[in-house]
Write a protein that binds this ligand. Structure first.
Ligand code: 5MM
Length: 340
């Protein structure tokens, strides 16, 4: 393990004005996204969609890294260049999702544990050869009646830490993603309580597994009201609660924090990030690692047609730029109506 190299890559992922594009939808998830534009999920459609995203001109001004799915890591541009090679040549770090999904946790109805540790060392060795510089593993914690249990939190925290240790062993920066879902009707306060429990356990496990914090990135949820809550917290309350919660539980040595969007609208996700960055100085850089909040408008503009590639790329670049501005607190909602 080269701690210097890990810290260098982690810092490059977190560089000012940039963030991460989460394009690591598994085949099931991208099939659902394509259904929204009435497009069949063939391997070629998935490839051409990812090509549209990755070849957006000038994306490297706002995007430091892209998280890929196994299939995408092995695919090529129309000119025959492997996606990881193309991205790296254009100043964007390629990453890889390595978990195999959240599966029902036996004896704990309604809860999941993320799988993928079996054979992970060998897969990481191959992914490193294919060009991956960082990896991602997502644990899913739901809030509901009687859940989450302390045991499910611990099982997921333990798996996240084992994954992170294996990544660092192979000189791959782990993105550690413990996602507390925003489905449901819970309050911001309940989300904060659960996020605190989760982060406390995750960092306890990371410490025990001897993780080099300078060579990892945390990808958390924001502290936010559930989507079905009758009284939703304001953007300022979300920003304050999220920063308060992170300051209590995330060691300053961590290279940075890159949020998931988790079902927030693209504008909400950008506004929350910008407000948090205006609460500085903070112990770590705060940026984005959005999937839906970066891609949704681009996917809608693309509609599966090569004639729409330019319009779709414009949408992606627009959201990437607004989020890039949010990394320094320089975003204002009025920018949404200004020309790209
Ligand atoms: C892009 O979606 C990722 C993969 O999801 P599945 O494993 O369910 O196919 C997902 O892990 C994503 O990287 C994060 O959750 C962030 O995405 P959002 O849309 O929440 O910003």
């Amino acid at each position: 393990m080269d701690c210097g190299e890990l810290a260098r890559v982690a810092r490059a992922m977190m560089v000012k004005n940039k963030g991460i594009l989460a394009a690591d939808e598994s085949t099931g998830t991208i099939t659902k996204r394509f259904a929204g534009i009435k497009l069949e999920s063939t391997e070629e459609h998935r490839r051409s969609y990812r090509e549209m995203l990755f070849t957006a001109p000038g994306a490297a001004a706002w995007i430091s890294g892209v998280i890929l799915y196994d299939e995408t890591l092995r695919q090529k541009t129309s000119d025959g260049i492997a996606f990881p090679t193309f991205l790296e040549k254009n100043g964007i770090l390629p990453g890889i999702k390595v978990d195999t999904g959240a599966k029902p946790l036996a004896q704990f109805p309604g809860e999941t544990v993320t799988e993928g540790l079996d054979g992970l060392r060998e897969r990481l060795i191959e992914y490193r050869k294919l060009g991956a510089r960082f990896a991602k593993w997502r644990a899913v914690i739901d809030i509901g009646t009687g859940v989450p249990s302390a045991f499910a939190i611990m099982a997921n925290a333990h798996a996240l830490a084992r994954y992170a240790a294996l990544c660092q062993e192979q000189d791959i920066v782990p993105i550690v993603e413990p996602e507390v879902l925003m489905d449901g009707a819970h309050s911001l306060e309940r989300c904060e309580e659960v996020t605190e429990m989760v982060l406390q356990k995750v960092f306890g496990q990371l410490f025990q597994h001897r993780i080099d914090f300078a060579g990892m990135v945390l990808k958390p949820n924001m502290v936010i009201s559930g989507k079905k809550a009758s009284l939703r917290a304001t953007p300022e309350q979300v920003a304050q609660a999220t920063v308060r919660c992170l300051k209590r539980h995330v060691p300053p040595a961590v290279a940075g924090i890159a949020f998931l969007s988790g079902g927030q609208s693209p504008t909400e996700a950008t506004q929350h990030l910008s407000l948090m960055n205006s609460l500085g100085p903070l112990p770590w850089p705060l940026t984005f690692s959005y999937g839906r909040a970066l891609q949704d408008t681009a996917l809608t503009a693309w509609k599966g047609s090569s004639t729409n590639v330019g319009a779709a790329q414009k949408e992606l670049l627009r959201r990437a730029k607004l989020n890039g501005l949010a990394t320094t607190g320089a975003y204002a909602p009025a920018m949404e109506t200004q020309a790209a």
